[in-house]
Design a protein. Structure first.
Length: 289
């Protein structure tokens, strides 16, 4: 169903998947995942007249690596803006982001609102909305992997062995049990068996706290990207998300610009795979409003 293309951006080549014909909607994925995660939703959006454009996050495609690259919030924002500049230089477009992709969308809509018409994010509120939740005992337990990934060497050693696949399966099973057998998971396991992809994926988490993983040349953009979104955003999340407490979602409305939060009952972290009809309808309705 997917067609694979490559965009030549100011920050390097970016492979991306497309499906459908019509107005584009650019959709960024998260971890541990790939653009293929949008398959079920893409089929439904294509039937509604959209062309789904799903880029790989930097480092997640084994064939397109950037040795020594940074993966912090400013770098994600710069990557997102560069992709939109290359793909749609003359017109703003709607965007969707899940997990890390949602983080990218928040940075993009804060720093480059001229590039985006409307946005949908999934499974992650703006960072400011997490401040009062991230260090609660329950959330610390859910987020064990974030702290584990800060360690030097050991996470790579585990993810680069057979135990890595078991850890990825654990994430999917506990974060979103209803999609533990998602059809694209073999592609995810294959990509994350690549040493360079593992290093990049860990870099995203280390770029949250460690200066060595933050691009010093993007300090100004980092400040802009951390600001409030300046584009209407719909935030979707599941009340059974195994890596983020639902209370963080429900408290996020004040941190969205002209936005709305919808909690999808009975779904987990990968709600777009659990309830693709509902999610596609929500995306379509919000982007056309």
């Amino acid at each position: 169903m997917w067609t694979t293309e490559v965009a030549e951006t100011a920050r390097g080549p970016v492979p991306y998947l497309t499906h459908g014909e019509g107005d584009p909607v650019v959709c960024w994925h998260g971890f541990p995942d790939l653009p293929h995660t949008y398959g079920l939703v893409a089929e439904r959006l294509a039937a509604k007249g959209w062309k789904v454009v799903a880029p790989y996050l930097r480092g997640f495609h084994p064939g397109y690596q950037s040795p020594g690259a940074y993966y912090d919030a400013a770098s994600r924002t710069a990557d997102g803006e560069a992709f939109l500049e290359a793909y749609s230089p003359d017109a703003a477009v709607p965007v969707v982001g899940h997990d890390w992709g949602a983080s990218l969308v928040y940075g993009l809509t804060a720093a480059h609102p001229e590039r985006v018409t409307r946005a949908v994010t999934m499974a992650l509120p703006p960072i400011a909305a997490l401040a009062s939740h991230v260090f609660t005992p329950a959330q610390l337990q859910r987020s064990f992997y974030i702290w584990f990934f800060q360690m030097p060497g050991l996470p790579e050693a585990i993810l680069n062995t057979s135990h890595g696949g078991a850890l990825l399966d654990h994430f999917w099973r506990t974060w979103s049990p209803r999609v533990a057998d998602a059809a694209h998971l073999p592609e995810v396991r294959k990509a994350l068996s690549d040493t360079h992809v593992v290093e990049a994926a860990l870099g995203y988490y280390r770029g949250l706290f460690q200066d060595a993983f933050m691009d010093p040349e993007l300090a100004g953009l980092r400040e802009l990207a951390a600001g409030p979104p300046r584009v209407p955003i719909l935030l979707l999340g599941g009340d059974q998300d195994g890596c983020l407490g639902v209370e963080a979602l429900r408290d996020a409305t004040p941190f969205l610009h002209d936005g709305e939060v919808r909690v999808v009952e009975g779904t987990g972290h990968f709600l777009h795979l659990e309830e693709p009809d509902l999610v596609a309808d929500a995306i379509d309705g919000w982007l056309r409003a």
